[in-house]
Design a binder for this molecule. Structure first.
Ligand SMILES: Cc1cc2nc3c(=O)[nH]c(=O)nc-3n(C[C@H](O)[C@H](O)[C@H](O)COP(=O)(O)OP(=O)(O)OC[C@H]3O[C@@H](n4cnc5c(N)ncnc54)[C@H](O)[C@@H]3O)c2cc1C
Length: 407
């Protein structure tokens, strides 16, 4: 059987792992020079610079299935956030998991007592709610969901909006309430972490599980049809089955109208002379001019260098130069005057897909596009590592059941 996969992102790698388990030897065609797709890290002088701040939520069921957490040497964030407001800092978080948060949360004036009780009750309820139930919820925007649940505008503006804008990569909180409940549940049940060597360690670990798969890097697929894969300058690469583990609209004729639109972000890394924020806590800037969140990057080995990661979700049409200038000015107001030396800047134009019908699970057969073409990728379900893994698994399952039914 010739099974070809387009894309060596998380979904393509998981599809290959599943196919290998069933005895197949798939080929992956990847346009870039490495596996991982949107999960990308640049290591420079002992610092892992991720292309965009992302975290692994350890409670993700699929991550638990495919990843070896101890080998990733996960660096967990505190279960909460530090909010920068009018030259003061306030704490939000889960005092059950970090008792040190109890007093700062009790005395935090950026939420009412009723908000604090509601957050606690929401987290207790979601811990008990199966994921499948969450994804049966009627979809509404996260903002209207929070308002409907009676949260005050204080907590929405000072905590929920900045925290979830950084996760959804949009500031209006128009993302589906299903995604909100799912992410909230994952945060309530487990830690949010980054591997010691950066987020790409996740795809590296998946890659290392592949023993029978051949990956063709620097190979950009131009078209996929039922005969196979078309790559410029090469004869047709025949396929019995093809899994497209990336956006298919540009590859399969007739799908142009289904092209995905994307949410973007900017991620800056600055070297700072002193630690102005504690290790392992995510800083939020409610109502920030540009900055959404920031945190100190843990160096791979012990180091005196302090690197601050800063995420901008809405660049407001500024040029890169003006954006940098304004981000530094904002840092000086929020964190304090000082030298902020730019180390890296990544603009990720296609970070998360804009999806209107968020799902956790679909039937494997729904990944089948034509007789021989199958789809994978987070955009099939929802924008997360968990969804990317599940979509790869589903596409592989669908290919294998198609093979069985043809025998
Ligand atoms: C800034 C940022 C923050 C994020 N934050 C989080 C987070 O905190 N938690 C979380 O769970 N998820 C987060 N995500 C989402 C998560 O990274 C993605 O859901 C996941 O990596 C998607 O994997 P994928 O395999 O579906 O797609 P991709 O990673 O996009 O993989 C597709 C692959 O296909 C290749 N390709 C594309 N076209 C072709 C072609 N024509 N020929 C050959 N190869 C091709 C690409 O090069 C790529 O390698 C974040 C993503 C970004 C970018």
């Amino acid at each position: 059987m010739k099974i070809n996969i387009v894309g060596a992102g998380i979904s393509g790698l998981v599809a290959a792992i599943q196919l290998e388990k069933a005895g197949f030897k798939p080929h992956i065609f990847e346009t870039s020079t490495a596996a991982g797709g949107r999960v990308k890290t640049e290591v420079d002088q002992g610092i892992a610079y991720d292309h965009g701040f992302q975290v692994l939520l350890e409670a993700y069921p699929l991550a638990q299935k495919y990843l070896d957490y101890p080998a990733l040497e996960l660096q967990a964030f505190f279960p909460g956030a530090l909010v920068f407001k009018d030259n003061k800092r306030y704490t939000f978080g889960d005092p059950l998991r970090h008792p040190g948060f109890l007093w700062p949360i009790m005395t935090n004036p950026l939420a009412t007592l009723s908000d604090k009780i509601k957050v606690f009750l929401l987290s207790q309820r979601l811990k008990k709610t199966p994921i499948s139930e969450i994804f049966k919820l009627k979809e509404q925007s996260t903002l209207s969901y929070l308002q409907e649940k009676g949260f005050s505008s204080k907590i929405i503006e000072h905590f929920f909006r900045p925290f979830f804008s950084g996760i959804f990569l949009e500031t209006s909180l128009e993302t589906s309430s299903r995604m909100f409940e799912f992410v909230f549940k994952m945060f309530a049940e487990g830690k949010a972490s980054v591997p010691k060597r950066g987020i790409q360690a996740i795809s590296q670990q998946l890659l290392e599980q592949l023993k029978q798969t051949k990956i063709h890097y620097n190979t950009s697929v131009q078209k996929v049809d039922d005969k196979g894969i078309h790559v410029e300058g090469l004869p047709l690469i025949e396929s019995d089955y093809t899994i497209i583990a990336t956006q298919a609209a540009q590859l399969v004729s007739g799908l142009k109208s289904q092209e995905t639109t994307w949410k973007s972000c900017h991620c800056f890394y600055f070297e700072v002379p002193e630690k102005q924020i504690k290790n392992s806590i995510i800083g939020l800037v409610p109502g920030g001019k540009l900055i959404n969140n920031l945190h100190l990057v843990q160096p791979i080995e012990k180091s005196k260098t302090n690197i601050l990661s800063v995420t901008v979700v809405e660049a407001k049409g500024l040029s890169e130069k003006a954006l940098l200038q304004e981000v530094i000015e904002e840092l000086q107001t929020i964190i304090g005057p000082g030298e902020y030396t730019l180390k890296k800047h990544f603009h990720i134009p296609k970070a998360l897909p804009h999806l209107t019908n968020i799902q956790y699970e679909i039937d494997a057969s729904e990944t089948q596009l034509t007789e021989s073409i199958f789809l994978a990728g987070d955009l099939l379900l929802n924008g997360s590592l968990n969804a990317a893994m599940r979509s790869g698994e589903l596409a592989a399952e669908a290919v294998m059941s198609k093979i069985d039914s043809n025998m």
